[in-house]
Design a protein around this ligand. Structure first.
Ligand SMILES: *Cc1c(COP(=O)(O)O)cnc(C)c1O
Length: 459
């Protein structure tokens, strides 16, 4: 490199540089993710089979394994302009605090009211629902970020939004709930008594504080039984991962402006959408044999789908009403320990990422929540952003990798996804600050019990 440009603290793209197309990594995958299966017949689901559940245009995206680039609708691009492009930040202060020769970059997606990357897909799903002439959408939310994002998106396009919120979060996160209601959504704690599946789960597990898998079942039931409604999901599905590729496309473009290439790309993994979105364009190069990157998924030790799960067909929900996906899973009955406060609680993982992980294109590590909050605190104090606990999983491993560089003297370039802010996670931060946060790692026996309930499918 002849003359190095001084890299600014924040690399902003211009409005015109927001990608006009999403990148569909499936087009470059030799082994495509396995098809969704009908929960009744266990047969692969095609376009017609999925129509009662999902919006038409989104099904096309879900099933499209071959088109590499898909246009982003004008209306969605207009909305993206309100909060995108998202900045790519050079973590100079963190680097200095760590004394590492590594260069650390993070793509910050917390710059909107929902506080996370989820708005990138929510707005697309609300747009297609509106375009199809639907009255509204139903969904589940755990910590509340997805419900918030979808309520914002639904308000923008003038459609109704019904959110089933995991009961424990509904009670612990009243502020999230009120943000959703401010945007016009109705919010119901799950399991509720409004749905068949909710009543069943309440009867079988009295006093349950709910789970994402259970809230999904409720939202799907309401969507399929209410005229003019469809169900939308904030992660896991191929379509969501596709929408989230704006993150990676912007990040790559911003790095290229300064001639930078990451050696290591790190993201937290709940259902896999932000990680999939961040890595897709880089993974494309890797799949085509053009470049190599180390790609690391970070998950909680208390909900370790990649590192301890099985690669198998499983239900996406507890109630077994949703299609089945082939993915790394802990079993749809798995509910993480109630003292787990760090998010990323979903039992399964994106089928795309699952296939890529299975084929050896990426790594995964699990981390314990106290070490995640230590990283969050360290980051907050030097970088000026109070990170979401989910995002802090990526921070943890970015710091660990930067510290390894300090030992070896290697000047690696690290890119990680900072998916959101943690202002609504103060109960978790409080536990950490009070020194009462505990780590919980499920035993092999516990996992085994859950694996035994995996559906037996031979395809
Ligand atoms: C939902 C969420 C995640 C995890 O979801 P993925 O689909 O795995 O990306 C991570 N970070 C934040 C801030 C979230 O809101």
């Amino acid at each position: 490199m002849s003359e190095e440009k001084k890299i600014p603290y924040k690399i902003y793209l211009s409005e015109d540089e927001i990608p006009k197309q999403w990148y569909n990594v499936r087009a470059d995958m030799k082994n495509k993710p396995a098809p969704l299966l009908n929960p009744g017949t266990l047969q692969p689901m095609g376009y017609e089979d999925l129509r009662p559940v999902f919006c038409d245009e989104l099904i096309k995206q879900e099933l499209d394994d071959t088109t590499p680039f898909i246009d982003i609708p004008e209306e969605v691009l207009d909305f993206y302009k309100m909060y995108r492009p998202a900045p790519l930040v050079r973590a100079y202060f963190l680097e200095k605090a760590l004394g590492t020769p590594a260069k650390i970059y993070y793509k910050f997606e917390g710059n909107n009211t929902s506080g996370s990357h989820k708005l990138n897909s929510a707005i697309v799903q609300a747009y297609y629902a509106k375009k199809q002439g639907l009255k509204g959408v139903t969904t589940e939310t755990g910590a509340g970020q997805w419900g918030t994002a979808l309520s914002m998106a639904s308000a923008y396009f003038g459609i109704d939004c019904k959110v089933y919120m995991v009961k424990v979060s509904y009670e612990q996160k009243p502020f999230r709930r009120e943000v959703m209601r401010t945007y016009g959504a109705s919010v119901t704690p799950s399991p509720s008594m409004d749905t068949e599946v909710g009543r069943k789960i309440n009867a079988e597990h009295p006093g349950t504080t709910g789970s994402l898998g259970c809230a999904i079942s409720e939202a799907v039931e309401v969507a399929t039984k209410t005229e003019g409604y469809r169900y939308v999901l904030g992660s896991v599905l191929n379509q969501v991962l596709l929408h989230q590729t704006v993150i990676g496309l912007e990040a790559k473009q911003a790095l290229e402006k300064y001639g930078e290439t990451p050696d290591i790309i790190i993201g937290c993994a709940g259902g896999g959408s932000n990680l999939g979105g961040l890595i897709s364009p880089f993974m494309g190069e890797k799949l085509r044999g053009e470049k190599d990157y180390r790609i690391i998924a970070v998950e909680p030790a208390s909900c370790p789908s990649f590192t301890r799960g099985k690669f198998a067909y499983d239900f996406c929900d507890t109630g077994m009403v949703c299609p089945l996906a082939k993915m790394y899973t802990l079993g749809s009955n798995f509910i993480p320990s109630a003292n787990h406060a760090g998010g990323l609680r979903y039992h399964g993982m994106s089928p795309i990422l699952s296939q890529l992980y299975h084929d050896g294109y990426m790594e995964a590590v699990s981390v314990e929540q106290t070490s995640v909050f230590e990283a969050a605190q360290q980051f907050a104090r030097v970088e000026g952003i109070l990170p979401a606990p989910e995002s802090s999983h990526a921070i943890r491993v970015a710091i660990d990798e930067a510290l390894k560089c300090k030992e070896t003297g290697e000047e690696k370039t690290i890119l990680f996804g900072l998916t959101g802010t943690g202002y609504f996670d103060m109960v978790a931060y409080q536990k950490f600050n009070d020194g009462v946060m505990m780590d919980y790692i499920p035993t092999d026996d516990e996992l085994q019990k859950s694996f035994e309930k995996l559906p037996k499918i031979d395809l």
